[in-house]
Design a binder for this molecule. Structure first.
Ligand SMILES: [Zn+2]
Length: 173
């Protein structure tokens, strides 16, 4: 089993325990609080489904969503604990599972960061020019670095840049 599968598996297990614990806690409540909490629980379940689908499709937001769900789960559980008139069984276990899930989600978010940084510095071509300029540059040129992202035009060859009407800067050799 690779690390990613293991992390997803741990996350599913934590989600399952948290939801079972929450369901158990909500059904312990008196009538009035029960309906309010049931709505919150259904909302959380819906978010959980979206997060699981996102996790399966490797969407980067799924870990953020999961972190949010676990945080809400913890808050909700603490709230239920306050309003409940009878003791909640598996309270500690559910809180621990939610904290574990939250940690895994935060850890996974931290791991995804380097990937995003690579994306930021990704150069979609060999040469760069500004929409408002007349010359094209090598990306390492000081002028190239001053070009704003929304004004940047990228080329893969000198011919391409020439065709677009740009002259080569002295930084291009
Ligand atoms: Zn230049």
């Amino acid at each position: 089993m690779c690390k990613k599968t293991l992390v997803s598996f741990a996350m599913y297990a934590a989600l399952l325990v948290v939801f079972l614990g929450l369901i158990n806690a909500v059904f312990n409540l008196g009538r009035f609080a029960f309906f309010g909490e049931l709505l919150i629980l259904l909302g959380l379940l819906g978010l959980g489904l979206v997060a699981v689908v996102g996790l399966n499709s490797n969407f980067s937001w799924s870990h953020k969503l999961l972190a949010g769900i676990f945080t809400l789960g913890i808050l909700d559980l603490l709230f239920i604990k306050i309003i409940a008139t009878t003791p909640i069984s598996f309270f500690k276990e559910t809180i621990i599972a939610a904290l574990a899930g939250l940690l895994i989600a935060l850890f996974s978010m931290e791991e995804e960061k380097p990937k995003q940084q690579v994306k930021k510095t990704h150069k979609p071509g060999k040469y760069i020019a500004s929409k408002s300029g007349s010359k094209y540059h090598a990306p390492k040129c000081d002028w190239a670095k001053k070009i704003k992202k929304q004004n940047a035009v990228w080329f893969n060859s000198k011919e391409e840049a020439k065709k677009a009407g740009y002259k080569l800067d002295s930084c291009v050799n």
